[in-house]
Design a protein around this ligand. Structure first.
Ligand SMILES: O=C([O-])[C@@H](O)[C@@H](O)[C@H](O)[C@@H](O)C(=O)[O-]
Ligand SMILES: [Mg+2]
Length: 423
């Protein structure tokens, strides 16, 4: 067996504490799930990847992982072909890990992603260069992230309040923004909307504008509004938002809103796979696509998306879900190597506990809202095996096996229904 062939793949589901963050399909459960992928080679190198931890996704990761044994770590095309073959009879339903938000993404790309990241990690370790160099080199040495604001309850029902407290009105959101900016130095803010009637969310954005003049602001209701409601909100926030993200469902609905509101529309919902790009471009649905290497097939395929955005004159931003440090490292390398990344990237990072991660501390840190690109070989982060073990034990004991924001909300309010559009 050649030295750079894959000899072993280990997939470890983990759970880390999450807060009761509200969105249009419900509320985050007490734990977020992730899967940590370790790829080992014949010559003893180890590469890391991180992805969703839902049960159906885990089963697909195992099927793909079995098929990847024997692949050379520089042969990502072969790895992609094997993953596609391993999933050929998969119906693709369930297990996307985003709780009803992103359903049309490619199953093969979602499954390939953590393996591709792990292969790039090993490639970098082999040649002694950071992943950003394999992606074409750094066009920036620090990657700016935005402060991701969420309406939230004071604590999970039946548990003591958390130290963030409630954020259920404009004052609460402004308080939360201060804490995020004081702690991380973020220079842009995004509010997760679709939780309260639009007038309340307009008021929250206006309160943020009054408190932080000049700071770029975004609002993302995850397609909670009809076309007329989206147009009303767009007009009300003219000159206030940097972009409005996924106000309404679908390529056609977004196109209609885009024609009638003054600000750019962005999406991580109606363009989530390469097949979505041509119809969205033809319809003029969006001005900005939020890439996400977790469902676009890894770092190189995300760069391909960046190229398409440049070709079609679209802006490029970056989407996130609840994640740990391997993902943050991968996002940072990708963003650093993407010249036309026009906006601060999303991250859920502040919402996890500082002491819960699977990587050794010290490499990833926020200064002035940005993360310095790791300079060590590969992703530049090291697995903390004890921490991985602890978060795996937590996965085993927490009882959650799939993300279900709606189910959790219903367990608290049985009358709750997730409908899109809601207003
Ligand atoms: O974490 C959340 O509740 C978000 O709503 C997430 O699930 C979305 O995928 C995401 O952040 C978005 O921008 O749509
Ligand atoms: Mg979004």
């Amino acid at each position: 067996m050649a030295e750079d062939q894959i000899t072993r793949i280990t997939i470890t589901p983990v759970a880390f504490h999450d807060l009761p963050l509200l969105n249009t399909v419900g509320v985050h459960e007490p734990f977020a799930l992730r899967a940590i992928v370790e790829v080992e080679t014949a010559d003893g190198l180890l590469g890391l990847g991180e992805t969703y931890g839902d049960e159906a996704h885990l089963a697909r990761l195992h099927a793909a992982g079995d098929a990847l044994i024997g692949t050379g770590v520089f042969d990502v095309n072969e790895a992609a072909a094997r993953v596609t073959r391993a999933l050929a009879t998969d119906t693709g339903t369930g297990g996307h890990g985003m709780s009803g938000m992103v359903t049309g993404s490619s199953t093969a790309d979602r499954v390939l992603s953590p393996f591709e990241v792990a292969l790039l990690d090993i490639q970098g370790r082999t040649v002694g260069r950071p992943v950003v160099d394999l992606l074409g080199g750094a066009v920036r040495d620090r990657v700016a992230y935005s402060g991701y604001l969420f309406y939230k309850w004071a604590g999970h029902p039946g548990q003591p309040d958390d130290d963030w407290g409630a954020a259920l009105d404009p004052d609460g959101i402004v308080r939360q923004a201060h804490r995020l900016i004081d702690g991380y130095g973020f220079g842009a803010l995004k509010l997760k909307g679709g939780v309260f009637p639009p007038a309340e969310e307009i008021a929250a954005i206006r309160a943020l504008r009054a408190e932080f003049p000049g700071l770029p602001l975004r609002l993302d209701p995850n397609a909670a509004w009809t076309v007329p409601t989206s147009v009303m909100v767009g007009e009300a926030l003219a000159g206030v938002l940097e972009y409005l993200e996924d106000p309404t469902p679908g390529i056609d609905g977004m196109a209609e809103v885009a024609r009638r509101v003054p600000m750019p529309l962005a999406t991580n919902m109606c363009v989530v796979a390469f097949d979505d790009v041509p119809p969205a471009v033809r319809a003029g649905s969006v001005a900005v696509i939020l890439s996400d290497h977790h469902f676009w097939g890894g770092l190189r395929r995300s760069q391909l998306l960046g190229g398409l955005c440049r070709t079609f004159g679209l802006g490029l931003s970056m989407h996130s879900n609840s994640h740990l440090g391997i993902s943050l490292a991968a996002m940072t390398h990708l963003a650093a190597a993407t010249p036309n990344l026009d906006y601060a990237c999303d991250t859920h990072w502040p919402w996890k506990r500082a002491d819960e991660d699977v990587i050794k501390p010290g490499v990833l840190a926020f200064t002035d809202g940005a993360v310095a690109v790791p300079t060590g070989p590969g992703l530049g982060v090291e697995l903390d095996r004890d921490a991985l073990g602890r978060l795996h034990e937590q996965y085993l004991s927490c009882g959650l096996r799939s993300r279900d924001d709606t189910g959790y909300m219903r367990s608290i309010d049985p009358s709750y229904t997730a409908v899109s559009p809601r207003w």
